[in-house]
Design a protein. Structure first.
Length: 470
């Protein structure tokens, strides 16, 4: 497979004509609107979505700030292979210097540090490089997987899954053992994406339709050596998780309410910030008392809802702590994402819906004025601007609004968002002839068919493997 991937457009449609003034006004409204409450979805799926995103796409442009005009897609570089092959974990394989591999083909882990809260350690951190100033960078192919505590611990979970699978192999050659474990782990991961993640965040009837063998994908048929990334997915449809971030999380028995970890602490408990706690104290590694050992709190495997996700909605601003203003990053988020869509030349959501209804006999009904107004997202916009947004809604904004009004109050994506997300992921895996789809693979490790595999199976396998090692 080629490592080079490119961006392309699914739809040959004119770019969204929303004016610059209305785009900025909409961004400000999105940043200043809040939505109360939580959904029934476990927050683990929000961060699993981030993990999947990092595995599929990374955008490099000439500037960190998006342009305010359409630029050729050739000027936007895709840095990841979207084939869902866990290159964000494995890189280029056994000999890749960005990963740490042990003498028998195992993935090396980092050791947590003891603190006054919990005076013990475990192999529950990412492998780390030597400290550089105030950072302790992870030794992983994609440093975005050390952006917050949950995604870092998900990465650790997959490293542990690799080692659990490796322990069941008889081959003594370390490189062959490594590659065999990698294939099994990748197949398990793709099964989780298809049969656990997609039904959790998309409309089930859409996922079932897209998974049918005779379904004709929107994603163009490509061979396994030429799998590219549609900007409608990477710049719009798959950017739904920001509004779902909680203000605080219960990580384990040491961070129970009211001592949940604030979201800012979750971000700072990474190598980029030298594992800084709420008091500003830095650590040489991940403190043992915040390592995620009980994923029940995120995926609800054996317990009640603890860390439920907030709704998918166009309200993308969140507070870092009680009484604090939204972060600068969240204040700029809506503006950056809306202008990123302009930069990529995305068509308006209405144009996309009309095209799908006309060419594919879809039956997607555009949002009404009342549906837009129901979440107060137009506060601060003039009547002229409101009408312009309704006539020409940016694709990202529309998908978020549709999810909140037609996706069980933000529990999942709505009709258009579900179709673009499910079609792209399934289309890519069909192009790759994924064993999770082609019916020619059963997990010998989990003793399950692909359609029966869930993230909780990974958690159970890793937990049992760790228990046997102690």
């Amino acid at each position: 497979m080629n490592d080079v991937s490119e961006f392309f457009r699914l739809f040959d449609l004119p770019a969204c004509p929303l004016s610059e003034e209305s785009t900025d006004a909409l961004a400000e409204a999105m940043q200043n609107t809040s939505v109360a409450g939580h959904t029934s979805l476990g927050s683990g799926y929000v961060y699993l979505g981030q993990f999947i995103d990092h595995d599929m796409t990374e955008m490099e442009t000439t500037s960190n700030e998006p342009s305010r005009h359409n630029i050729p897609l050739a000027g936007i570089k895709q840095l990841r292979n979207p084939a869902l092959d866990l290159d964000s974990v494995y890189g280029n394989g056994y000999s890749d210097e960005r990963i740490k591999v042990g003498p028998t083909g195992e993935m090396l882990l980092g050791t947590t540090v003891a603190t006054d809260t919990l005076n013990s350690t475990s192999l529950s951190d990412l492998p780390r490089k030597a400290p550089e100033g105030r950072t302790v960078l992870a030794a992983i192919p994609d440093l975005r997987n050390d952006e917050n505590l949950v995604i870092a611990q998900l990465h650790v979970l997959f490293l542990k899954l690799h080692n659990a699978v490796l322990g069941l192999l008889n081959d003594r050659d370390p490189e062959r053992r490594f590659e065999s474990a990698r294939r099994e782990v990748t197949n398990i991961y793709q099964s989780v994406v298809l049969y656990d993640f997609l039904p959790a965040i998309c409309e089930r009837e859409v996922v079932e339709k897209v998974l049918k063998p005779n379904y004709q994908s929107i994603y163009p048929a490509q061979g396994p050596d030429n799998v590219d990334m549609p900007v409608e997915f990477s710049v719009a449809a798959f950017r739904f998780g920001h509004s779902m971030i909680r203000q605080s999380y219960s990580v384990n028995e040491h961070t129970l309410p009211p001592r949940n970890l604030p979201i800012m602490t979750m971000i700072q408990m990474t190598g980029h910030y030298a594992f800084q706690n709420e008091q500003g104290v830095r650590h040489s590694g991940l403190p043992e008392h915040v390592a995620i050992k009980d994923w029940n709190k995120f995926f609800f495997t054996n317990s009640g809802a603890v860390n439920t996700a907030r709704p998918i909605s166009p309200a993308v601003s969140f507070k870092l702590a009680d009484g604090q203003r939204p972060s600068e990053q969240s204040q700029l988020l809506a503006q950056r994402n809306l202008w990123r869509g302009v930069e990529a030349g995305l068509a308006s959501a209405i144009a996309v819906i009309e095209h799908l209804n006309r060419t594919r006999c879809e039956d997607i009904v555009p949002l009404t004025y009342e549906e837009y107004a129901s979440n107060y997202i137009f506060n601060g916009l003039s009547e002229k601007q409101i009408q312009e947004v309704i006539d020409h809604p940016p694709l990202w904004f529309y998908i978020l609004t549709e999810a909140y009004t037609r996706g069980s109050k933000g529990r999942r994506l709505g009709p258009l968002g579900s179709l673009l997300v499910a079609d792209t992921i399934v289309g890519i895996l069909k192009a790759m002839d994924s064993p999770a789809l082609n019916g020619r693979w059963t997990s010998a490790v989990l003793e399950k068919q692909p359609q029966d595999i869930r993230i909780t199976d990974i958690i159970e396998l890793v937990t049992n493997d760790e228990g046997e090692q102690t």
